[in-house]
Design a protein around this ligand. Sequence first.
Ligand SMILES: NC(=O)c1ccc[n+]([C@@H]2O[C@H](COP(=O)([O-])OP(=O)(O)OC[C@H]3O[C@@H](n4cnc5c(N)ncnc54)[C@H](OP(=O)(O)O)[C@@H]3O)[C@@H](O)[C@H]2O)c1
Length: 273
Amino acid sequence: MAIGEQGRAVAAITGASSGFGAIYAKRLAAEGCDLLLVARREGKLAEVAEEIKRDYGVEVEIMAADLSVLADVERVENRIESIPTLTYMINNAGFGGNQKFPDVFLDVETKMILTHCLAPMRLCRAALVPMKAKGLKRKAGYIVNVASVAGFLAGEGAADYTGTKAYLIAFSKSLQCDVGRFGVRVQALCPGFARTGFHDAETMRFSNIKQTVPNFLWQRADRVVDVSLRSLRRRWRPNVVCIPTLVYKLAGYFGSSWLFAPLRLLFSWGTVR
Ligand SMILES: NC(=O)c1ccc[n+]([C@@H]2O[C@H](COP(=O)([O-])OP(=O)(O)OC[C@H]3O[C@@H](n4cnc5c(N)ncnc54)[C@H](OP(=O)(O)O)[C@@H]3O)[C@@H](O)[C@H]2O)c1
């Protein structure tokens, strides 16, 4: 049976083949949502989908797509627009890099901007088609853009990473101003360091963050997702910006003050000089 066909809410999740994305998929399936899972590695997506179907009995559709390629983004957009019960849009796909300007790998930086900025913008717009059509009477939908606390900070070798994540934060805040009237809630999730596949990706091969960042700064990925979902559906005073854990909240809000110089330094120590 196709996703949403039985009238169930559908969650579309990008970057669902590992890390935060796979955890969002499991949490929302446990609540009874059907899923549309998107990432490049089809085999990994199929594994996540099989496990979820077996454990939660919901329908799961997978789409292999590279969100740094416009034609793939358009394919995902078309599918998302066609799901009348779409309730969650989780723009989570992303990756890091560790090269300093001007010696960056230009193709990697370009793909980062496309994956972190262009794709979420277009998928938000696509998701709003079915969400807006549901009307104002019931909660029409939830959008999560997975940014990073790095969007408030600065560090060596992270110009495009911090820049694209700052875009996602600012974009989400203004998007909420536009879509609140349709009953849509928007969140920019800003995690700090978390143990996922992120730090093992090919584009992070020059990073030594895993060795230099002390244990107390690592967050559990499942806790980050739980805080995100709880905060997203909070009845009173939900914030667009969601920063799990106190130390990163302080870094996010006061990141440019001298008090946070040690954290900013840690951020740049992750770069191989
Ligand atoms: N872990 C951290 O410390 C941390 C901290 C702050 C923010 N974040 C953010 O959290 C998000 C999720 O990352 P994660 O920590 O869960 O790392 P992860 O385990 O490496 O997951 C990243 C996901 O994004 C997908 N992806 C990457 N590039 C893609 C592309 N071009 N097209 C489609 N899918 C793509 C990957 O799937 P495929 O490889 O199969 O395509 C994977 O499913 C990212 O946006 C990241 O910036 C992570």
